[in-house]
Write a protein that binds this ligand. Sequence first.
Ligand code: HEC
Length: 430
Amino acid sequence: MEWLNLGVRWIHMIVGIAWIGASFYFVWLENNLNRANPREGLSGDLWAIHGGGIYHLEKYKLAPPTMPDNLHWFKWEAYWTWMSGIVLLCIVFYSNPTLYLLAPGSTLSGGEGIAIGVGALIASWFIYDLLCDSPLGKRPGLLGLVLFVLVIGACYGFSQVFSGRGAYLHTGAIIGTIMVGNVFRIIMPAQRALVAAIAENRTPDPTLPAKGLLRSRHNNYFTLPVLFIMISNHFPSTYGSQYNWLILAGIAVCAVLVRHYFNTRHNSHKFAWALPVGALGMICLAYVTGPAPMPRGPEVAKIEYQPLPGTAIGGHRADEPKPEVAPAPATPAAAPAQASNSGAVDFEKVHSVIQERCAVCHSAKPTSPLFSSAPAGIMFDTPQQIQQLAPRIQAQAVTAQIMPLGNITQMTQQERDLLGQWIDKGAQTN
Ligand code: HEC
């Protein structure tokens, strides 16, 4: 599975670069055409140097008088990106829906989760297509706003049933599907009709190139948000947040601003502000998503770790009933005793939490049947390893709470607080 994942992911990235790279390049060409005194029948031309060669490109107003023998088309990059993306979705999320796709503790079955995901992908294309062909299509600005709200709404909806990662990835998959749908259903047919008209010596319908324009413009603005979603996997502070859909909305606004700046800067400097505002937006997001300060001082003493009754080290099997969480002892005597200990957290307790909740998977020899080697190379076999990994434990299990994966080992909030306290106090192992 790991190598299949690796291979498909690699292909997905390569064809994705080819697709988006070509798309960026043609937008750049369009924006940089020299339109002063073009030759008869041309809308402009452009000179460029790259890789030691000098190129001269010309754009026709509509079509050349005769068709060239060899006309290059750009479509397989898009199709392959989508196909490899769908395969990746199956490998990562659908092959193990309880672990990766569904929200921890979800009452949905894996099959239901997959049905929601696939259904949403299909439905999104038809809803999008209808909206573009509706009267709204005549008002691109408003349409753009409606699409934005719908995409973020979809992310919010996904976040109610899926894990953070599942919600983000499905939002990205919706956008990617719309983009490829635009290529497959709108842009390619329009281009084919254009070429056919030229081949048959008819005057091409001048509305044809315009038909694909709205859709390519959407694709253009979709690229940066979708690229973020594809790397978001590495950033639990985004998808792991309770407000992950709002964070995505913020990042998408910044991305669209940046794209808009690059789309318009050749013709005017009217949107020069978009770039710094986008950058500032990202800084604001970093600030508002930062972890809230941990409670300090006497607060610390109130948090007391209680081993769960009847749970052996090594974790639960997923089919075991959820153990009752022992209520935190609130005996007045316990608090002063802890407080006099300057709030330090006993490493033994931390150690047993990690053993029980994490080391089933994160060990040189995982006892979980789901993994044959330590996921992401993270191992919690020794106190030194646990100590070294403290910042990452905090990121994954305290701040974002995306580990344990699918909360399959049923970690409690108290245990997370305990880990947070321990790290906050300097992550001592003695
Ligand atoms: C069910 C198995 C499982 C359990 C239990 C589990 N993890 Fe993970 N963990 C994974 C997998 C799988 C990955 C790789 C995630 C990925 O594919 O991105 C991972 C990745 C990680 C990473 C690396 C993520 C990164 O990119 O920095 C950390 C740190 C981590 N886990 C910490 C923990 C902690 C702490 C616990 C216990 C509270 C825990 N995990 C419990 C399966 C598990």
